[in-house]
Design a protein around this ligand. Structure first.
Ligand code: SF4
Length: 379
């Protein structure tokens, strides 16, 4: 089944490290954007799949930006637009990315009434000094309160995003945040390594304030220690950066890693279906303009070659802890992974980065730290 992704490009302030497609919140622009989103969804769904049949979807994911800046009735309207043209499964997963400072208990209850059943909070850290360095608007207390408000509003599927390798962060600081997150008993956690982009304002902030990141070995220690601690208390790591309580894996994000199909709506959103990949125009005003004119918003439309599809399936599949099922790859792409890549993979297996178990090929935890190097074999 399809996953439906809805991009919301508005934020209350721009974080100094951010590399996403987003801009400052503008109430009037937002109203026009929601209209455009609904129109794009209805048009895309109306176009239908093969033979004009209504397409089935089982996940909707509101990502951003800060989707929790939309009003609950706007979220309800977008979900209704999806339902009007797609067969959205009854047991759907409908996720909303939320920043802690944008929610209250009543707002969360209204999001739930609107049809959201999974929340993903961008917490990043439970240390005030780290949050300030990242120019985040919320405090650690607000993050804790947001989770409590979500529980009170009836949410039983909550994910927290945390970031490691922050400026001035030591391994012990990081584990403090992991411990604080665990105390809130989220169903899911995403742990990301901070990437400081060359033109990110954070880079200048770091130079000016003489903040530095811990050595690489400490970053590796942060990752390994966190994963071990999470496993000890019942979380399953299922992807390089993601852990979940049993049965709480992100069904939407799994589509990206299991060779699935999804449609993205809104500016800058990506889609993949029937071996074709495309991206929507990035600029918010241009996107609204194009939808208003009834023109296509897609740019960079590309039919993937069988080689590219195979490379993608291997590349993304290796992100999963379960790894790649080489028999399934053989069936789907007619390629014997061992025969094709065996010689290049051998050194990684010898170095303990990759494990071959029957038909499965997967990264070890050590290999996850070197995932990019291993994956270059496939692309
Ligand atoms: S809230 Fe998220 S999307 Fe918005 S600026 Fe900060 S990091 Fe970027």
């Amino acid at each position: 089944m399809l996953g439906l992704y809805v991009h919301v490009p508005f934020c209350s302030a721009i974080c100094n490290y951010c590399n996403f497609n987003r801009g400052l919140f503008d109430g009037d622009l937002k109203l026009r954007y929601v209209d455009a989103l609904c129109a794009e969804i209805v048009r895309a769904g109306g176009a239908g799949g093969a033979g004009g049949v209504r397409q089935a979807a089982d996940t909707i994911f509101f990502g951003g930006g800060t989707p929790s800046l939309l009003e609950p009735h706007e979220i309800a309207r977008i979900i209704a637009a999806c339902e009007s043209v797609f067969d959205v499964a009854a047991d759907r997963e409908v996720s909303l990315e939320a920043n802690p400072e944008t929610v209250t208990r009543s707002r969360l209850a209204a999001f739930r009434d609107a049809g959201i059943n999974r929340l993903s909070f961008g917490v990043q850290s439970f240390r005030e000094d780290e949050l300030r360095r990242l120019s985040r608007l919320h405090s650690a207390d607000r993050a804790r309160a947001a989770v409590a408000e979500a529980r009170a509003a009836g949410f039983d599927n909550v994910s927290l995003d945390l970031m490691m390798w922050l400026p001035e962060q030591q391994v012990s600081h990081w584990l403090e945040s992991v411990g604080e997150a665990l105390a809130l008993e989220p169903e899911h956690l995403s742990l990301y390594l901070l990437e400081v982009y060359p033109n990110a304002p954070l880079k200048e902030d770091m130079a000016r304030a003489k903040w530095s990141q811990a050595p690489d070995d400490d970053a590796a220690a942060m990752y390994v220690a966190a994963m071990e601690r999470l496993e000890q208390v019942g979380y399953e790591q299922y992807e390089i950066s993601n852990v979940a309580k049993p049965g709480r894996r992100s069904r939407h994000n799994l589509k990206y890693w299991t060779d699935g199909e999804w449609l993205g709506f809104g500016c800058g959103a990506h889609s993949t279906q029937d071996g074709v990949r495309w991206k929507n125009i990035s600029s918010t005003p241009e996107y609204i303009h194009q939808v208003g004119r009834g023109d296509s918003t897609a740019v960079d439309i590309r039919r993937l070659t069988p080689e590219e599809r195979l490379g993608d399936a291997l590349f993304t599949g290796l992100r999963l802890v379960d790894g790649i099922d080489v028999n399934a790859i053989q069936t789907r792409y007619g390629v014997d992974v061992w025969q094709r890549y065996g010689r290049e993979l051998e050194p990684f297996i010898d170095a303990g980065c990759l494990r071959r178990d029957g038909a499965s090929l997967r990264l070890t935890r050590k290999g996850m730290l070197l995932a990019h190097e291993v994956m270059t074999v496939f692309v």
